[in-house]
Ligand binder design. Structure first.
Ligand code: DGY
Length: 324
């Protein structure tokens, strides 16, 4: 028997083809985030829920869908799912790690370069047909090559960002919950530091932590005050890791020089002040947005749900204790 799957949003064609072939699929065809009522109506008799990072899968949804054998998230971050509630019900929750490491680091480095070199301001000037020609003092930005990059969070994506930064001869600092071994530190060319020292010294601070209660507003008023007025913040992790109101204040008052943001506290809404900040580069959560990556993410989510529906432990289970 093919498992009954409810999918909350259209995925790339190769993934849809496999889902249609290997499962009894129903999916939310309206290209908007599904409401809780829509998810419950769709998934109530299903074996698997294939959801997105924008779907808050909470205890109410889990209770209303008693047949679920798995919640397969299409994304590496899974802060949209109440994992504790799923664990109580012995439902495995899965994610899609690994395949989006490089594209996310690419976007983080692109934002760093764009913020430093004022690409957004330049583009707006040219498009508005306001550019009057080369000028020795126009849109002077900050140097990237040789500057100091502080990485907060040094897992897969943080290390991939470090790899890109090494090609720019950047000095690398990192803070992570767990310090690397001396051998690993040497291999990455990164120096461990307290968060506070890292913030004080870095020219660029890039965030690569998961969003948890501990990382909520990791950067706020006090942290921006520690940073150099010439420094930049790059966030490709999760919006609420940064206190967005405090960031707007820091950007407006030039407490820091700029920011490159791919994620926001209340997506798709932004703090209204951000739209006015010329010194912020704003991207619409594009970290994993390549057709190749999204296809791989879909295939991993499918493998996870097929394994769970056939009674096996899925390869990317984030609550493995349920199998103990
Ligand atoms: C994830 O998978 O967590 C990303 O944020 C999606 O791009």
């Amino acid at each position: 028997m093919k498992p009954k799957v409810y999918l909350t949003r259209l995925l790339p064609p190769a993934v849809m083809a496999r889902l249609e072939e290997e499962t009894q699929l129903t999916w939310h065809r309206d290209d908007h985030v599904a409401t809780k009522a829509v998810i419950i109506a769709g998934a109530k008799d299903c074996d698997a829920l294939l959801c997105n990072i924008t779907d808050p899968v909470d205890a109410e949804i889990l209770a209303a869908c008693p047949c679920l054998k798995v919640v397969a998230n299409f994304g590496v971050g899974f802060n949209n799912i109440d994992v504790a509630a799923a664990t109580v019900r012995k439902i495995p929750v899965t994610n899609t790690p690994g395949v989006l490491t490089d594209p996310t680091a690419d976007i983080a480095f692109a934002l760093l370069l764009a913020a430093a070199r004022r690409i957004g301001e330049g583009e707006r000037l040219v498009r508005a047909q306001q550019w009057t020609g080369w000028n020795p003092m126009q849109l002077l930005g900050a140097d990237v090559s040789g500057a100091t990059l502080g990485l907060i969070g040094f897992g897969r994506i943080g290390k991939a960002m470090a790899k890109r930064a090494r090609a720019f001869d950047m000095r690398l600092l990192y803070w992570n919950r767990t310090r690397l071994s001396p051998e690993e530190e040497q291999a990455c060319g990164a120096t461990y530091m307290s968060k506070e020292d890292l913030l004080k010294i870095s020219d660029y601070v890039s965030l690569h932590v998961a969003y948890t209660p501990e990382t909520h507003h990791l950067l706020g008023v006090a942290q921006f005050a520690m940073m150099k007025p010439t420094a930049f913040v790059i966030n490709t992790a999760r919006g609420p890791v940064v206190d967005e109101a405090a960031l707007v204040q820091a950007l407006q008052s030039k407490t820091i020089a700029g920011a490159g943001l791919d994620v926001f506290e209340r997506e798709p809404e932004l703090h209204s002040g951000l739209y006015e900040c010329e010194n912020a580069i704003l991207a619409p959560h594009l970290g994993s947005a390549t057709i190749g990556t999204r296809t791989k993410m879909g295939m991993i989510a499918l493998e996870n749900l097929l394994a769970a529906c056939s009674g096996q432990r899925p390869p990317n289970c984030v609550n493995p204790d349920i199998f103990a």
